[in-house]
Ligand binder design. Structure first.
Ligand SMILES: Cc1cc2nc3c(=O)[nH]c(=O)nc-3n(C[C@H](O)[C@H](O)[C@H](O)COP(=O)(O)O)c2cc1C
Length: 180
């Protein structure tokens, strides 16, 4: 699995605005979503859903976002890539498992989907933006009250290899052992 590690060491997102088609075909998309759904999930609650936006649905959701946010710039956002997958976090009441763990599982689903798309050779990016916090957008995606939009995973193609971006120094984010 050296190849997997080499991929993960270099993996990069591509800005949605630099994407073109094609996006994944039906079979590729099914494979990506299957990997997205294969994440740690305390209590096997499946606290997430995927909503696939392709074709006209992207402009329709953009129009809903534009109206909700009163922002003309929001209208075309979902058309930057041929395929956008909205990942909904759908936490539920549970006597033992905290809500935060269900949201984290949805975040893991976003990351798995992003990684799978990039490993397949697609350009992909995880975005939220103001639309992710608009009730009308959540509703249009079939979200229920209490659900949250964990992210929009944009999936497309690019002809430019992205350069790396600054990463945190491990010394700043890792400690070994306890506070004295
Ligand atoms: C939950 C979440 C939401 C994000 N939303 C945005 C966003 O709205 N706009 C943006 O420019 N970047 C956003 N980003 C960051 C992008 O995904 C960015 O491409 C990423 O940090 C690039 O890192 P990578 O190359 O390591 O994948 C978001 C990231 C996360 C985890």
């Amino acid at each position: 699995m050296v190849e997997t590690l080499e991929f993960l060491k270099k993996r990069r997102s591509v800005l949605a605005r630099n994407m073109t088609g094609p996006g994944p075909d039906a079979e590729q998309l099914r494979a990506l979503l299957g990997i997205g759904a294969r994440v740690p999930d305390h209590g096997k609650l499946t606290p997430w859903r995927f909503v696939v936006l392709q074709g006209d649905d992207r402009a329709k959701l953009g129009a809903i976002a534009q109206k909700a946010l009163d922002d003309a710039g929001a209208a075309e956002q979902f058309e930057r890539a041929p395929c956008v997958v909205a990942v909904l976090a759908c936490p539920q009441e549970h006597p033992k498992i905290p809500r935060s763990e269900m949201i984290l599982s949805a975040g893991a689903a976003c990351m798995n989907l992003l990684t799978a798309a990039q490993a397949t050779g697609f350009a992909a990016q995880w975005l939220t933006g103001a639309a992710a916090y608009a009730d009308a957008v959540l509703q249009a995606l079939g979200g229920a009250q209490g659900d949250e939009i964990a992210g929009f995973i944009y999936i497309g193609t690019t002809d430019e290899a992205p350069s790396d971006r600054a990463r945190p120094s491990l010394d700043d984010v890792v400690r070994f052992g306890l506070e004295e």
